[in-house]
Ligand binder design. Structure first.
Ligand code: UT7
Length: 325
């Protein structure tokens, strides 16, 4: 398989750190030094997840030179669909990708990496030839805007890539992991209220609660587990660290990116980071940064990219691939 094009889309609305100081007791200095984030894009009420994801998908299709009609599969990595039944089919409809099957995949901030590996398997088995993978999230819908521990971190966006069957397999290695024992450290949980339907029958009709996170624990987890999983993926790819051209981690915190880079002994100039401008966009963060680096001409065909996603589940994973055909 090969990754033959990328695209991205973000909402127009921008909120900088100064703007957040009007909502919660925080400062630009705290947010910048603890996270590296300076601003984020936020979707307004009229902007749907499906529309953002479709816009990113269209650009990836154009970049790869195929049409929506050529697609066999649309895979949407998201935790924030417009519809709990899934939003991928809406995207398929919007794109008029009538030959494609479409479904959602939920793995929080690991969603893009899990999606990349999942999509690759369909190509490797010869089942599908052309796949549109989109990572998109609108976490602003689920953030408690009064909770300074979380609301300063997240932003909204979408990023996408096209995967195609290719004579040379450009997915060089991967490793995916889950640990449900730490599930409570990062949640967007459903809270049921007991609703009586009859004397003996109750149902749990409720709503989802805002994001809660044990930041310190998740930080510790990321800094320890991400280098491990990258090492394993490198081993699988039979590559050494110095053969990597780019390190592209989930954009959660610049301190996490720096710590992982330093543990792996990767030089600073090989790091791709844009979280200063978008915050943590969950499943969108990796393809958003990837697309930006491709647009800027940083990433070139043949470059070896190490990517790693980590977050709720807890889930984490790494994938190593070569850009282009
Ligand atoms: O995408 C999913 C993966 N998520 C992550 O990777 C997030 C991982 N965690 C982190 O990135 C960091 O833990 C945070 C950025 C969330 C927090 O940074 P920290 O250095 O771990 O700060 P902390 O939670 O230990 O808080 C330090 C202090 C506390 O005050 P006290 O108790 O020391 O008096 C907090 O109440 O900073 C306070 N604080 C704030 N102050 C100003 C927490 N949030 C804020 C804030 N503004 N927004």
């Amino acid at each position: 398989m090969a990754i033959t094009g990328s695209g991205s889309a973000v909402p127009a609305n921008l909120l900088d750190n100064q703007g957040l100081t009007k909502l919660v007791d925080t400062s630009d200095e705290w947010i910048t030094t603890r996270t590296g984030i300076r601003q984020r894009r936020l979707a307004d009420k009229s902007e749907s997840l499906a529309a953002l994801a479709t816009a990113a998908g269209r650009k990836a299709l154009a970049a790869s030179g195929i049409t929506a009609q050529d697609l066999d599969l649309i895979l949407l990595a998201t935790s924030t669909p417009d519809d709990l039944f899934g939003s991928a089919c809406q995207i398929q409809g919007e794109l008029r990708a009538s030959n494609a099957v479409a479904f959602d995949l939920t793995a929080a901030c690991s969603g893009f990496v899990f999606g990349l590996v999942t999509a690759s398997q369909y190509i490797r088995t010869g089942t599908y030839q052309n796949i549109l993978l989109i990572g998109a999230d609108i976490l602003s819908r689920w953030v408690d805007w009064q909770d300074r521990r979380t609301c300063v971190l997240f932003g909204d966006g979408a990023g996408s890539v096209v995967l195609q069957a290719n004579s040379c397999d450009r997915l060089l290695g991967f490793e995916l992991k889950s640990d449900g024992s730490q599930n409570n450290d990062l949640n967007l949980a459903y809270k049921p209220e007991s609703t009586a339907l009859s004397e003996s029958v109750n149902v749990g009709k409720g709503n989802f609660q805002p994001i809660t996170m044990n930041g310190k624990e998740v930080y510790r987890f990321a800094v320890q587990k991400v280098p491990e999983v990258i090492d394993k993926a490198l081993f699988r790819a039979n590559l050494s660290v110095d053969q990597i051209d780019w390190l592209l981690l989930h954009q959660a915190n610049q301190r996490i990116i720096d710590a992982v880079r330093s543990r792996l002994n990767i030089p600073e100039h090989k790091v791709i980071s844009n979280l200063a401008y978008y915050g943590n966009t969950s499943a969108a963060s990796i393809p958003l940064a990837l697309d930006e680096a491709v647009q800027q001409g940083k990433i070139k065909p043949g470059d070896v990219i190490v990517t790693s996603g980590f977050g709720a589940g807890l889930s984490w994973g790494a994938a190593i691939f070569q850009w282009g055909r």
